[in-house]
Design a protein around this ligand. Structure first.
Ligand code: ZN
Length: 379
């Protein structure tokens, strides 16, 4: 069963927005009193009561003692009940998948990387679902509290009522494969989305859905998403923010998308690993002592900065660098900043930063958070 997710702004009613705000406020600021909620969210006391009652009925918010009295009755304190619900995120890539479990308030309960080469086969789907079931059993979570699974795919999805087809996933060696190979073994409600969209959603969640930014996700492929005031900008079709497929070199490297000179061919993690027949870890371990690697990395950073600068010039947004590469690039932040300031003669602001989720599981966390969001939407 697929979970329905409609992230268009118009579909969300004022009541839903206010309920979400109340939940987010309790999540970020709990323990809180009714009075604090009423004042800070600009909601009447009866409305706060009504929303709190709904959340208490389903056990999502609980009373947690009282505040010190300043005269009169002590005010009740409210917090989110983190163990009320759980969700699972699965980030699928060419060489591995990551399974992550989070609780209602987005805290990570479990995360593990499984080294398995992707195949568009039912055996692969069955094996993945066996691993998911094993994780659930070993984490000892009440299975009834799992609200669903979010799957993250490094590709473009055609998502109609009948079927989900992965039309184009350049980093996976298959085209137009049906997601049925995985979903038919899945015993939970599920969602499927692009890895960069989900990573961006995770970043927006960490920001409490307040900010706008462009998000470039760098792994075996390079994708992106655009977040405006905490919401994913959807554009007019399903091909959007494909930052990796901006052509940056006419007649350049051949890209998996069939074109030449795409940014992805210069800044994907493959450039620093597969293309050299080594792992990403090995590349960065040996970088300082290897002249050839230093030259490759210098070129890599040049193209990365061209990409970041182009995104900024077009969108005028902060640019967040995320994905598998993040933890390796952090020591070079000053160097990247220096290169950017040499290119950016029109722009003197610091607009580039790394994702708040430094590890490679941002996308599986994002997938799990989308399930939680969908669950909260139903409240
Ligand atoms: Zn391309």
């Amino acid at each position: 069963m697929r979970l329905d997710i409609d992230s268009s702004i118009s579909s969300i009613s004022v009541k839903e927005i206010n309920m979400k705000k109340l939940f987010q406020y309790v999540y970020k600021n709990g323990p809180v009193s009714k009075q604090e909620l009423s004042i800070n969210l600009d909601l009447s006391f009866p409305t706060v009561n009504q929303y709190l009652k709904k959340f208490e009925e389903i056990g999502a918010i609980i009373q947690y003692g009282t505040f010190q009295s300043t005269g009169g009755r002590k005010a009740a304190a409210y917090i989110c009940n983190s163990s009320h619900a759980y969700s699972i995120g699965v980030y699928i890539t060419r060489l591995f998948y990551i399974i992550t479990i989070i609780n209602l308030i987005g805290e990570q309960i479990f995360s593990r990387k499984y080294i398995k080469t992707f195949e568009a086969t039912e055996d692969y789907g069955e094996e993945m679902n066996n691993d998911i079931n094993e994780v659930i059993v070993s984490s000892k979570i009440d299975i009834c509290k799992i609200k669903g699974i979010g799957f993250s795919i490094p590709g473009i999805l055609k998502n109609d009522d009948e079927n989900i087809v992965v039309q184009f996933a350049p980093s996976l060696p298959y085209k137009n494969w049906s997601f049925d190979i995985i979903s038919k073994y899945c015993n939970f409600p599920f969602i499927v989305d692009n890895d960069a969209n989900l990573g961006g959603f995770c970043e927006a969640w960490e920001d409490n859905f307040k900010n706008s930014f462009a998000y470039i996700h760098i792994a075996g492929g390079v994708g992106g998403t655009i977040i405006i005031d905490g919401k994913t900008f959807l554009g007019n079709n399903n091909i959007i923010a494909e930052f990796g497929h901006m052509i940056v070199e006419p007649h350049g490297n051949t890209c998996n998308c069939g074109r030449n000179g795409c940014l992805e061919t210069y800044i994907s993690t493959r450039v620093l690993s597969d293309n050299l027949n080594i792992s990403l870890e090995t590349f960065f371990e040996e970088l300082n002592n290897n002249k050839e690697y230093r030259k490759i990395f210098e070129d890599y950073l040049d193209f990365l900065c061209i990409g970041i600068s182009n995104i900024r010039l077009i969108l005028g947004l902060d640019v967040v660098v995320a994905g598998e590469i993040t933890e390796y690039l952090i020591p070079y932040e000053d160097l990247i900043q220096k290169k950017l300031s040499q290119i950016d003669i029109l722009d003197s602001d610091k607009y580039f930063r790394f994702s708040k989720i430094k590890r490679e599981n941002a996308s599986s966390r994002g997938a799990a958070l989308r399930v939680i969001e969908s669950y909260l939407d139903q409240i």
